[in-house]
Write a protein that binds this ligand. Structure first.
Ligand code: PEP
Ligand code: CO
Length: 459
């Protein structure tokens, strides 16, 4: 294999990277960003790999969620707080009901660029370049807005830095304290069936905390009761930016992409001889790889070997996204081949991207039932293949949006227009996300593979 260099990806074909009219300006911007402070520290990515190695062994569960595309318009502390709250609530449900530690990773603080199915968009007889994410062009349907503008990268960097700053404060500053679980509730979830089940967990935790307090263990003398580890992630799509944020870690001499703790390769850019795979093989962060219906088992093995040549547990997360009706057709073959080769991977399930459709009312949506169906199928397949369904990868928000149909609120196609705010794909709202957390807890409890680990962990 040829030697990896920070810019060796440029020697390979790349898809979904925009052409900028003004390349001098792009270079100027990129050269400035190269000197900006890293957003995350290499040691944090290493800790994440360590936690993910437990997921690989079925001793923890990976929860990864957030916007499909972050935007400048939705940038607000309340939105960051509410997404964080839902992730904490989901993690609490999973930890307390399924007795598994949860590794929490947000699609946040840098999830801007989008690969799109068509390079152009047509509206009222007019054709314009597609919207590619707020760090590249604007969503407004005008020629001006749709031109890639390199200066948008400054704003995206700054938004990512302040988002991360708030997340760090929430994770470490008392907000994530287990004595505060009741405060993580979002107003509009109150009164729902999820809220009642969540209340039972709150009571259980409160009893456990009182018992521990009586034994002398409390949040004041035990950090783990008042802080959480929360990590960030995004798709490593816009390689000029990812390259600019990739630095040599002075403690090890290794390259780390410091734009996020975890980055993934999308389903449209995972070509074995493409620039995205080339770039990601050289960085030491934990890496995700989206696995859709066109991925062949032999190709997956080659990708795993290229991205994780040392077969390090926790380095590589395979994120399956087939669509509810395609899981049985594609997933078992991939799992069997990976197992036969003895490769250490995490299998996570993205039940969103294979279940997108256009509603009769003209909105891109995802029926909650199909999302649930894909998750159940994925758990059943892993159970019968003897592997772990180790994670969930979802597009969600803490806002009370109406973007995916169904769920306990019974959002109908007609309701979609009420609060449809996404800049790209439809997200689960807090109610729907919590419902999934309860469902997954039940699936984990049913799964004999996991119960073996839960018993071992307890003994
Ligand atoms: C995404 O995660 O937003 C995405 C575009 O997914 P995929 O690459 O699986 O289509
Ligand atoms: Co998406």
């Amino acid at each position: 294999m040829k030697k990896w260099k920070l810019d060796s990806w440029k020697n390979y074909p790349v898809k979904h990277i925009p052409k900028y009219d003004d390349m001098d300006e792009l270079n100027l911007v990129i050269n400035k960003i190269k000197r900006f402070p890293p957003l995350v520290f290499a040691g944090e990515s290493r800790s994440l790999i360590k936690q993910l190695s437990d997921v690989c062994d079925g001793k923890a569960f990976l929860l990864q969620g957030g916007d499909c595309a972050e935007s400048f318009a939705e940038f607000h502390p309340d939105n960051i707080r509410d997404t964080f709250k839902v992730i904490l609530q989901m993690a609490l449900v999973l930890t307390s009901s399924a007795s598994l530690p949860v590794v929490k990773v947000g699609r946040i603080a840098g999830q801007f660029s989008k690969p799109r199915s068509s390079p152009v968009e047509n509206k009222n007889g007019k054709e314009l370049p597609t919207y590619l994410g707020d760090n590249i062009n604007g969503i407004e349907f005008t020629e001006e807005a749709r031109k890639p503008d390199a200066k948008r990268l400054f704003r995206a960097y700054s938004q990512s830095a302040s988002t991360l700053n708030l997340l760090r404060a929430f994770s470490q500053g008392g907000f994530a304290d287990l004595r505060q679980v009741h405060l993580w509730n979002l107003g509009f979830v109150k009164g729902s069936s999820q809220a009642k089940k969540y209340k039972e967990i709150e009571d259980k935790i409160s009893d456990a905390l009182s018992f521990m307090e009586a034994c002398g263990i409390n949040a004041d003398n035990n950090r783990r009761l008042r802080t959480v580890n929360f990590y960030t992630s995004h798709e490593a799509l816009l390689l000029p930016f990812e390259q600019a944020m990739t630095r040599v870690d002075s403690t090890t001499g290794e390259y780390h992409d410091t734009s996020a703790h975890f980055v993934w390769i999308g389903d449209r850019t995972r070509q074995l001889d493409g620039g995205h795979v080339e770039f990601c093989r050289g960085i030491k962060n934990p890496i995700g790889l989206k696995c859709g219906p066109t991925l062949k088992p032999e190709e997956l093995i080659k990708l795993c070997n290229k991205l994780n040549p040392q077969n390090e547990p926790g380095r590589l997360t395979l994120i399956s996204r087939f669509g509810a009706d395609n899981v049985d057709k594609f997933l078992p073959k991939l799992i069997r081949t990976v197992k036969k080769e003895g490769l250490n991977v995490i299998w996570s399930c993205d039940p969103m991207h294979g279940n997108t459709l256009v509603s009769t009312t003209g909105f891109k949506t995802r029926p909650f039932n199909n999302i649930v169906k894909e998750i159940k199928k994925v758990f059943a397949v892993h159970q019968s293949e003897g592997s772990y369904a180790g994670g969930l990868h979802i597009e969600m928000t803490g806002q009370d949006v109406t973007e995916c149909t169904g769920g306990a609120q019974k959002i109908s196609e007609k309701d979609l227009s009420h609060r449809y705010h996404t800049h790209c794909d439809p997200r689960l709202n807090a109610n729907q996300a919590l419902e999934l957390a309860f469902l997954i807890s039940d699936e984990i409890k049913k799964n004999s593979q996991y119960s073996k680990n839960i018993i071992q962990a307890a003994s």
